[in-house]
Design a protein around this ligand. Structure first.
Ligand SMILES: Cc1ncc(COP(=O)(O)O)c(C=O)c1O
Length: 418
């Protein structure tokens, strides 16, 4: 039996207000059409641990984790108290730099295989764009080979409105696990290629996630060496989530430069570029890297407290264990109800339930029913984005979610879609 629809009046009311004030009401992937319109909340009010509450008071187990920053959970006293202490006792926005940047850069050197020097910025998009600029300065070349989502800046944004073609015409895309595509591009443009930027784990937008095929990452490394181009790993999602040293540590392939963001500070805005000193040193004078807010120490303090918390609590191992259990149970259900047509992909820290295309188009109806039922059951997953496990997800959160997913699959399996 279908679950009853959630009361979402306050979300709807606030959205009607928002569309008059903010273009589109809310931004990007958070827009209602990226969920099931009319079934999902549009505004959250508060969050704690692995749970969130919307503006109508509905409670959910949060598997989106703010699209990645929430690695430990919402409202972690050890992290938030460090930030509040900073605000109350010292301040955080000065004309000169506070010394936390040095500590954080040392920590990056200790944790991240490719790190010899680091730069800190505010967002993931700042970080990917800075890395590309450093690579262009270092190689004195123009072209960039890219694979994955790298943010909203001119050189890589996927929606091209408002962006002159000349700003991205030297950027070429290849697909994850298609080493031959990259090889063909480099055969043609290798001598002009400044950088290859790739997510070390495959998480293409709205598609099943992909493990690297044997030899894929190693092959990219070899091609980068052969063409003397800078290899950048975009670890914005995988950094401080797959291991404390990113996916590069897990897969044993070291890039020249890597970029981080999201989980580095458990929700406080920060981006990091870490890499070989000779490339990073382009930031001394060749490349201009400055913004009013880049040196604000709040996020550095948060990042330091976050990393300390993660190490002390063995967070990565716990997340893998929870994720393994969660994915194991979902896979069991997928096999129990094959007519639902769901597919599970990912690795324990980041999972994704998708629906394989089938000619009748019924997969769209099943997908809609699936995400409608799970959100009604208080499980916050998104149809077009993978989920995450955080440290504070409790066994009860996981079991409650698995129960809701099981009931949902049972409902879909029994429903007539013809
Ligand atoms: C792999 C990857 N790179 C870059 C970015 C851009 O980061 P931000 O949204 O913080 O600008 C994202 C954001 O989702 C991302 O997932």
């Amino acid at each position: 039996m279908s679950r009853s629809k959630l009361k979402l009046d306050n979300s709807q009311k606030e959205f009607e207000r928002a569309v008059e004030l903010i273009p589109g009401g809310v931004l990007g992937i958070r827009r209602p059409y990226n969920f099931v319109p009319g079934e999902y909340p549009i505004f959250f009010d508060r969050a704690e641990g692995g749970k969130v509450w919307d503006v109508d008071g509905n409670e959910y187990v949060d598997y989106l984790c703010a699209y990645g920053p929430i690695i430990n959970g919402h409202q972690i006293p050890e992290i938030d108290d460090a930030v509040v202490e900073q605000i109350k006792t010292k301040g955080f926005c000065f004309s000169l730099t506070q010394t936390y940047q040095n500590e954080l850069a040392e920590k990056m050197n200790e944790l991240v295989p490719c790190a010899e020097m680091s730069l800190f910025v505010t967002t993931g998009s700042d970080a990917t764009s800075t890395a590309v600029r450093l690579a262009r300065a270092y190689t004195q070349r123009l072209k960039v080979m890219r694979c994955g989502y790298h943010g909203w800046h001119d050189w890589c944004v996927e929606v091209k409105g408002g962006v002159p073609e000349k700003l991205y015409e030297d950027v070429y895309e290849f697909h994850y696990n298609k080493l031959n595509e990259l090889e063909a591009l480099l055969q043609e443009h290798g001598d002009d290629t400044a950088a290859i930027i790739v997510t070390p784990y495959g998480h293409p937008t709205a598609l099943p996630m992909m493990d690297p095929a044997p030899g894929f990452l190693e092959g990219i490394r070899e091609l980068a060496n052969k063409y003397k181009t800078v290899l950048i790993f975009d670890e914005i999602r995988t950094g401080f989530r797959v291991t404390m040293g990113g996916a590069q540590k897990y897969y044993g392939v070291t890039p020249d430069v890597a970029v981080f963001g999201k989980a580095l500070a458990n929700g406080y805005p920060i981006g990091a570029i870490s890499g070989k000193a000779e490339i990073m040193k382009m930031g001394e004078s060749e490349v201009f890297i400055s913004s009013t807010f880049f040196p604000n120490s709040l996020s550095y303090v948060a990042a330091l407290a976050n990393l300390e918390y993660m190490e002390k609590n063995n967070v990565i191992d716990v997340i893998w264990e929870k994720g393994r259990y969660f994915m194991g149970e979902i896979q069991r259900l997928i096999e129990k109800y094959p007519s639902v047509g769901a597919r599970l992909s990912g690795i324990p820290p980041m999972h994704y339930i998708t629906f394989d295309k089938e000619p009748t188009g019924n997969y769209k109806k099943k997908r809609k029913d699936f995400f409608t039922e799970v959100i009604r059951g208080g499980v916050f997953l998104q149809p077009y984005h993978h989920g995450y496990i955080c440290f504070k997800h409790t066994q009860e959160d996981l079991e409650r979610s698995i129960r809701v997913i099981e009931e949902t699959m049972e409902y879909i399996a029994a429903k007539d879609y013809e």
